[in-house]
Design a binder for this molecule. Structure first.
Ligand code: SAH
Ligand code: SF4
Ligand code: F3S
Length: 377
């Protein structure tokens, strides 16, 4: 009995696929890299951009032949795409050969659903609910162990689908996180622990009593052992001075910060509902650089947000030029059904988005090259 998992999207999905792998292995399945050999194929999907969704549709569609040749093969689709009911229904209609369709809130029940699928098709999406964090993980990321510290997002950036498919922010209890960290350290297999959340800076605001993200980091790094701790993703509006100083002073914390800016223009930032300005973003960067020597700062950008003018795009270019990031991800804005920005007038033509993303990436490449030369000298 063999299983094969195909994962799309962010680290959170990568980590959730480790949970799916654990559940399947408990049921007696073994992994295979070849999907033709698998008895169970799971697609863990991402809805962040249209391109990601199209790839999933294409690749699931391509399984039709396999399923025809081996009707006993079980195909499951879960994750962010299928948490949206319309998309899940589209899957059901377009690919009737898919056996199991789940969302994000019930993928930890995938074992029971796969059992059920031997006799019946399963279509089941839970609305927001408790996510079982105590299930094990079959870790696949080498010396790094992912640890989820919170679910969901409350920010509703106007372009983003995540709050709709992951629900509201829910922090995991400190004790539960510490227990997992201790087990990871005790196993002796990992040198690095990366904490995951859509907006880690707001960790603990929903706990009783409240706990700050910095306090959580102190407790995690107090666990004895030889390991480093990183985290993603930080939201600029919630990044505190306390956290910057903690990163500066705490030897166990990696000197790396991923701080998505999305745009360098204040009008666009406002339309995106990011709740910080270019000036505020730059002031945080200055503080980080002043207090943490050799810090690595990376970022995400979206070009071609509705109504973005050439001049406003140049503000993003100049922000990248000013900060000199150690790496950036640049994305063309992709309208997501159900979000505020998708309904905005002034959608930017595809050719313009293309040109802007290429210009931004070329600038980053130039900066990287120059900075590498400087380091060699
Ligand atoms: N929670 C994280 C990142 C979530 S998604 C944060 O707030 O930064 C990862 C990245 O995808 C985002 O930083 C953004 O740059 C990009 N992204 C999100 N929605 C998008 C959309 N509709 N079109 C293009 N890029 C998008
Ligand atoms: Fe999406 Fe914004 Fe939440 Fe990040 S902070 S997941 S970009 S809504
Ligand atoms: Fe994609 Fe879901 Fe992550 S939409 S980016 S897999 S939270």
């Amino acid at each position: 009995m063999l299983y094969h998992i195909v994962t799309y999207g962010c680290q959170m999905n990568v980590h959730e696929s480790e949970k799916i792998a654990y559940i399947l292995e408990e049921m007696g399945y073994k992994p295979t890299a070849k999907r033709e050999d698998a008895d169970v194929i799971v697609f863990n999907t991402c809805a962040i951009r249209e391109g990601a969704e199209e790839r999933v549709f294409g690749n699931v569609g391509a399984l039709k032949k396999l399923k025809k040749a081996r009707p006993e093969l079980i195909i499951a689709v879960c994750g962010c795409m299928t948490q949206k009911e319309e998309t899940a229904l589209r899957f059901k209609k377009k690919f009737p050969f898919v056996d199991v369709i789940l969302g994000t809130f019930n993928l930890h029940e995938i074992g029971a659903y796969i059992q059920k699928a031997h006799s019946n098709k399963v279509f089941e999406l839970w609305q927001e609910g408790e996510i079982d964090e105590e299930k094990g993980y079959n870790r696949t990321s080498g010396e790094n162990a992912w640890v989820n510290i919170m679910q969901g997002c409350n920010n509703f950036c106007t372009y983003c689908i995540v709050p709709y498919v992951r629900g509201r922010e829910k922090s995991r209890k400190v004790e539960s996180i510490l227990q997992e960290v201790k087990a990871i350290v005790a196993s002796g297999k990992y040198k690095k622990i990366t904490l995951l959340g859509q907006n880690v800076n707001s960790y603990g605001k929903d706990l009783q009593p409240q706990v700050t993200f910095t306090q959580l980091l102190r407790q995690i790094t107090a666990v004895p052992g030889d390991f480093k701790v990183g985290f993603m993703t930080s939201h600029p509006k919630d990044l505190t001075d306390e956290l910057i100083m903690e990163i500066a002073q705490n030897d166990k914390l990696l000197k790396e910060i991923h701080l998505p800016a999305q745009s360098g223009n204040n009008r666009i930032l406002k339309l995106m509902n990011r709740r910080y300005t270019r000036e505020h973003y730059l002031s945080i960067i200055e503080k980080i650089k002043a207090n943490i020597p050799n810090v690595k700062i990376t970022s995400d950008f979206i070009v071609g947000f509705p109504t973005e003018t050439e001049e406003e795009f140049l503000d993003t270019m100049s922000l990248v030029e000013t900060v000199r990031f150690d790496g950036i991800f640049a994305f063309m804005y992709s309208p997501r059904e159900g979000t505020v920005a998708a309904k905005m007038e002034g959608q930017v033509p595809q050719e313009v988005k293309n040109a802007r993303v290429n210009a931004l990436l070329a600038l980053e490449k130039k900066i990287q090259k120059e900075d590498k030369k400087c380091q060699k000298k």
